[in-house]
Write a protein that binds this ligand. Structure first.
Ligand code: ADP
Ligand code: MG
Length: 658
């Protein structure tokens, strides 16, 4: 150690002796890494029970686990001769050699957990193996074994941990309220219970049963037990296999999301993990389906040969290192994206179960009040959630607001639509994936237009599925289009839908070489702030893709010599000021993809019809026709839903017919 890092009082002339730390200190150091709070104890003990092959495990905590934690299982038990080893560090029954480290199929392998826990608590282990007539109880206090005695007990293991951190007061000081600690315990319990639906798991807090989860064969039931029908009714099953890596489970319809990413459950070979890269892949898959600040929910299982991953990189094994993280990223992204393409993600006024799932099982427990029991995981009622989802005002950007928009909106059917068939981002194969039977992409626009305003035949006879569909749409409040579908009715946000259609068209244009530029006879000069001018000139190549041609004009002034032909009604200077926002926020980011996307969003938003624009029958028909052809037409590029479906059943329910 160099002298400048020593404390000033140290006399450097005294040689420091190196000595081996005592087992007790070693265990306390390990405990500092592995055992952070009562929930860490619950996690380790639950994992040991699962490793022991238990089919039933019961967890009880008192005072958030601060006073006592007890975990009882019916697993294989610990042989008498191994009792002392169980609480000795680096003693494990799960691996033998370093080679085994690279094919770990159990939760444990470090042999540290019990030694750490026993070091910092009053620890009682009661266990019996199937071949023993009686069991044994061992009591360890602060790392010292104080007694081992025979005791009558069933086959399996019970571990009781009292007064956690009693001899490490600093750690105890960091703990939160019993209620917060109980919340962490519930989360630890949830992770194991989700990973092992075939194990009967019980959680008690302060004597009250919080969860009693009978073994179940399917994952949805367990997901429902924890999160209620709001989530279990919105599950979208996914599955893919690539190079020995199997990805399965569920992702959740974007109409149900969270303001945090803690509901992204990812299990690698049965172990809950967190992985930044895979979380990013998930966000990418949901890009344009969720509003800013919202996070997807998922329950995903990754199964891969043990040698493709290193689980020995994190003391609590929460993080792992994949041999080929990039490949995994692509597999997850592609699997989700493909699934979304074949799924109708149109928002429903009330999410009903999608035929493929059994009806939700009523939760065995009433939702927690969060008060007395100290748990606050109560899922909001689904109705409440949907009110929030559907009625919260969408954050508008100023150019969305007609009052602030001095420029008349471009006309549908003119430049924006003229070449749409040729430049559409969606090949016709994708069109098939949107199966809304009320709209037929192939039918003639004018034919539809004629019928668009016709509301006469409300007909009780269902429309024959094979005949050309009659699209009946009504524009209300110059903002929404209401139309009948086979399922019921759908309300479309005209701006949001048009924005999505243009976004996809523009995106195709940009990747096919960029927008056509309209040259200005006399360049328009704009004086910007220094940082803005620098950003604009630095990203000139990206802007060029959008048809915007900028050149330096001296100082902080730039000259615009060309602008996108598609936005010919836009004032060029105004247009440049609009792109400044994404340029300044995203321009510095190393991902040009994000900047491109922001610019596409902005262009689409600017060019789309606005809320408040009266549409002609032809325009309505064109919009509906493109809805069929366009990918992700259910959400605008900012993640707002473009359409809201009211099923016949839902209407009947609301009108008290059923
Ligand atoms: P690890 O799980 O990494 O092996 P632990 O300290 O958690 O280390 O456990 C040490 C050993 O004690 C395990 O390898 C296992 O043999 C035994 N053990 C712990 N808990 C149980 C249990 N509930 N049932 C049977 N054996 C157990
Ligand atoms: Mg263990």
């Amino acid at each position: 150690m160099s002298s400048d890092t020593s404390s000033p009082t140290t006399d450097i002339s005294t040689a420091r002796r190196i000595r081996c730390l005592s087992a007790s200190v070693i265990n306390k150091i390990a405990a500092g890494e592995v055992i952070e709070r009562p929930a860490s104890v619950v996690k380790e003990l639950l994992e040991n029970s699962v490793d022991a092959g238990a089919t039933q495990v019961e967890v009880s905590i008192e005072n958030g686990g601060l006073d006592a934690i007890r975990v009882t299982d019916n697993g294989c038990g610990i042989p008498y001769d191994d009792l002392q080893l169980a609480v000795t560090s680096h003693a494990t029954s799960k691996i033998e050699s370093a080679d085994d480290l690279f094919r770990v199929g159990t939760f444990g392998f470090r042999g540290e957990a019990l030694a750490s826990i026993a070091e910092i608590s009053e620890f009682t282990l009661r266990t019996r193996t199937p071949d023993q007539d009686s069991g044994y109880e061992m009591f360890v206090r602060g790392g010292h074994t104080e007694s081992v005695a025979p005791v009558g007990c069933p086959i399996g293991t019970t571990i009781r941990v009292d007064n956690l951190f009693f001899n490490t007061p600093v750690r105890r000081k960091f703990l939160r309220t019993a209620q917060t600690e109980a919340g962490h315990v519930t989360e630890a319990f949830t992770r194991v219970a989700l990973a092992y639906p075939a194990v009967h798991l019980i959680l008690r807090s302060g004597g009250k049963v919080v969860y009693d989860l009978p073994p179940c064969g399917d994952w949805q039931t367990r997901i429902h037990d924890f999160f209620g029908s709001e989530i279990s009714g919105a599950l979208i099953p996914i599955e893919s296999s690539e190079g020995g890596v199997r990805l399965s489970g569920y992702t959740v319809d974007p109409s149900v999301s969270r303001s945090h990413n803690r509901m992204q459950y990812l299990f690698l070979n049965g172990r809950y993990i967190r992985d930044k890269s895979l979380q990013h892949a998930l966000s990418e898959a949901y890009r344009g389906l969720l509003m800013t600040g919202r996070f997807p929910i998922c329950f995903l299982r990754l199964e891969m040969p043990f040698d493709l991953v290193d689980v020995n990189v994190h003391p609590a094994k929460l993080e792992v290192r994949f041999q080929d993280g990039g490949k995994l990223y692509s597999q997850l992204l592609a699997t989700l994206r493909n699934r979304f393409l074949s799924t109708d993600l149109t928002a429903r006024a009330q999410l009903t179960n999608r035929g493929e799932f059994p009806p939700p099982v009523p939760s065995p427990f009433p939702p927690y009040s969060g008060s007395s029991s100290g748990f606050s995981l109560a899922p909001p009622s689904s109705l409440q959630q949907h009110r929030i989802e559907f009625t919260a005002p969408a954050p508008t950007r100023n150019w969305l607001d007609k009052a602030n928009d001095p420029v008349p909106p471009p006309q549908l059917g003119s430049a924006n639509y003229g070449s749409s068939a040729a430049t559409s981002a969606s090949p016709s194969s994708e069109a098939q994936s949107f199966s809304n039977p009320g709209l037929s992409a192939g039918s003639s626009g004018t034919g539809q237009a004629n019928q668009a305003t016709e509301f006469a035949g409300t007909g009780s006879t269902p429309l024959p599925a094979s005949s050309p569909q009659r699209v009946r749409a009504l524009q209300v409040q110059n903002t929404y289009l209401v139309l009948e579908t086979e399922e019921g009715m759908v309300i479309i946000d005209q701006h949001a839908l048009h924005e999505r259609i243009l976004y996809e068209q523009f995106k195709a244009k940009v990747s096919a070489g960029g927008f056509e530029t309209q040259q200005l006879l006399v360049p328009v000069t704009v004086t910007l702030r220094p940082a803005e001018a620098a950003a604009v000139l630095q990203q000139a190549a990206v802007l060029r893709k959008f048809g915007i041609v900028v050149e330096p004009f001296g100082g902080d002034t730039v000259a615009i010599s060309g602008y996108p032909a598609i936005l010919s009604r836009q004032d060029p200077a105004e247009m440049l000021r609009m792109v400044l926002d994404p340029l300044m926020t995203e321009g510095a980011s190393p991902h040009t993809g994000t900047l491109l996307d922001e610019l596409l969003n902005m262009m689409a938003c600017k060019a789309a019809v606005k809320a408040g624009d009266r549409l002609s029958a032809e325009e309505i028909a064109a919009l509906l026709e493109h809805r069929e052809l366009c990918r992700d037409s259910h959400h605008c590029p900012h993640g707002r839903p473009t359409a809201l479906v009211f099923t016949r059943e839902e209407l009947d329910r609301r009108f008290k017919r059923i």
